[in-house]
Design a protein around this ligand. Sequence first.
Ligand SMILES: [Ca+2]
Length: 369
Amino acid sequence: MPAWTGGNGRFTSGRDNLARLIFAGSSMKTVIKRACNGLVVVVLMLAPALVSAQYDKTSEGQAFVREMAERYGFEASRVEALLAAAERKDSILDSISRPAEKTLEWHQYRKIFIRPDRIRQGVEFLTEHREAFERAEEEYGVPAPIIAAIIGVETWYGTYKGNHRVLDALATLAFDYPPRSRFFRSELAQYLLLTREQGFDPEQLTGSYAGAMGYGQFISSSYRHYAIDFDDDGVVDILNNPVDAIGSVANYFRAHHWKQGEPVAEQVPDRLQEGSPLLTRELKPSLEVNDYRQAGLTPEAKVAGDDKARAIRLAGSDGPELWLTYHNFYVITRYNHSHLYAMAVFQLANALSEQASEPEHQNGMGNSS
Ligand SMILES: [Ca+2]
């Protein structure tokens, strides 16, 4: 899903941020859909059969064909054939207009991701790909449990990578979803470039309803710019190759300035009034640790007084929880612009780290702090 506010300045557009938000919801949506499977089946049965959109015949489609030919040297007839093969999917338009994520409280959100089976399978994923995780930690400075938690939250360690044809998803959103058509036309172009570069069949790849692909759910532009060939077999494959996926998530975090060895977040006694100016609204921390110290919030993490920090209050199952979050927490939100998402990744990573250190996993992975 997305695109990302870029540490390197190449991906700072609002379009990208928007897309990231869209992507963010996809893994959760999968879970929710499974939870109410009966309902979904009914909805799908009522939906019309595949609609042949004939995007190649529309003026927007023709403009797209011209752009791909003139700007990127594609054969116009080839692009036309792809647009003709793209199917408009009402289920995609339906999904993108109902972002489930925004309506959940932390205690509801947490239950989806921090659960014994997801932790157990995460430890297995870490163990199975130990060499890749260790190499990723070493080369990119990103803790293995954080990488695994991202993949665990996004796709349950590659189990649910999305069943929509990427071509259908991007074409439907590019040509039949005006609010974000500009962004998705750009992603459709990136997708054609990506599949040409990697030698993939653009009619075959599958992903989320927003066109996010693989273990870590990268959209096409992010795939092209952040995904890497971590097993050195000549193909950058984050769809079916977990080693490439692990390296690519690590590379994404490094590009967004993950600071090795620095803390992510810690819970502190809640000493802030409702509406306190110390509860800042922006995802990016704008205050300093000293500001919070003066209000009686004392970090236990090793942080300097002038380190940036942001306090957030979450609705926990036992009432409000106050957390001090630091730079690396913000970096997690570059993957998905939601503090609930970042907290889920952080807590899942901690759980993976603890479980991996249990006696039966004596050679466990590093910790996530
Ligand atoms: Ca590879």
